[in-house]
Design a protein around this ligand. Structure first.
Ligand code: NAD
Length: 259
């Protein structure tokens, strides 16, 4: 399927590894020029070079923390006007509801709610003027079904989801869509780290922890960054212009619900 994206530009945040990288690679495959961001410059440049070597697209790197105003300014200055924005950042640490103080909540809100909102506010005027734009926010399956030990994530991402629900309906008439992709467990460094927490908490091996978590998924495996990226590229395509303000769960059936 031709996604109709050749020659367009995308800013993909937190994209040196994992799901952000999967989105970047799928967009590159569709002919989209990329501005990539992540915190570590070396990893980011290595990812960019792999993409340049594989696809015929331009890739610009801007290292920096997207949760900070300085990081966002650097990325936005380098990006200029973009057709596509993929919002992403690392997830907050797990814990117990009684652990977290105001500073912990502010840090989670900054990274997983206020940063993506600020990025949307920055790129939306240009997209609206040009009459075309696509925004995809990487959130979490925890928006549909809470993950108790990820209370900071549950809170921040639900706030972002509320903002997108209203805003997507305000910008759709200008040819701009905003949607959220909700990952269940995917085989990335983040999943490895959460597997490690389960192993430690239950005094079992990493492999046993992974097997336990895979058993909770009807597909009996973790998702891949490539599968996730392909869905992102479709949402960004000219075929997906009627998909507005949706929360699309990619979780191998893990959330047990009819709708
Ligand atoms: P990952 O740890 O594999 O990769 C994270 C990437 O984000 C890296 O490139 C890192 O450099 C970059 N990054 C992190 N914080 C950043 C920041 N503040 N500014 C700029 N770059 C930053 O993570 P992942 O598994 O790809 O997860 C991506 C998002 O999806 C996270 O928010 C995570 O919580 C969420 N999520 C992941 C899963 C999963 O199973 N992998 C499930 C649900 C939700």
């Amino acid at each position: 399927m031709d996604l109709g994206l050749s020659g367009k530009s995308a800013l993909v945040c937190a994209a040196s590894r994992g799901l952000g990288r999967g989105c970047a690679e799928a967009l590159a495959e569709a002919g989209v020029n990329l501005i990539l961001n992540a915190r570590g410059a070396d990893d980011l440049e290595a990812t960019a070079q792999t993409i340049r070597d594989t696809y015929v697209v331009q890739v610009t790197c801007v290292a920096g923390d997207i949760a900070t105003a300085e990081g966002r300014k650097a990325v936005l200055d380098a990006a200029g006007s973009v057709d596509i924005l993929v919002n992403n950042a690392g997830g907050p640490p797990p814990g117990h509801w009684s652990d977290w103080n105001r500073d912990d909540f502010i840090a989670a809100l900054d990274a997983n709610m206020l940063a993506p909102i600020a990025m949307m506010q920055a790129v939306l005027p240009g997209m609206i003027d040009r009459g075309w734009g696509r925004i995809v926010n990487i959130t979490s399956g925890s928006v549909k079904a809470p993950i108790p030990q990820l209370g900071l994530s549950n809170s921040a991402r639900t706030g972002l989801t509320g903002f997108v629900a209203g805003t997507s309906r305000q910008v759709a008439e200008h040819g701009v869509t905003i949607n959220n992709l909700l990952p269940g467990i995917h085989a990335t460094d983040r999943a490895d780290s959460l597997d490690g927490n389960v192993a430690k908490a239950n005094d079992i091996t990493l492999e046993q922890a992974r097997a336990q978590r895979q058993a909770t998924i009807p597909a009996r495996r973790y998702g891949t960054a490539a599968e996730f990226g392909a869905t992102c590229a479709f949402l960004c395509s000219d075929k997906a212009g009627f998909i507005v303000g949706q929360n699309i769960l990619l979780d191998g059936g893990a959330v047990n619900a009819t709708l």
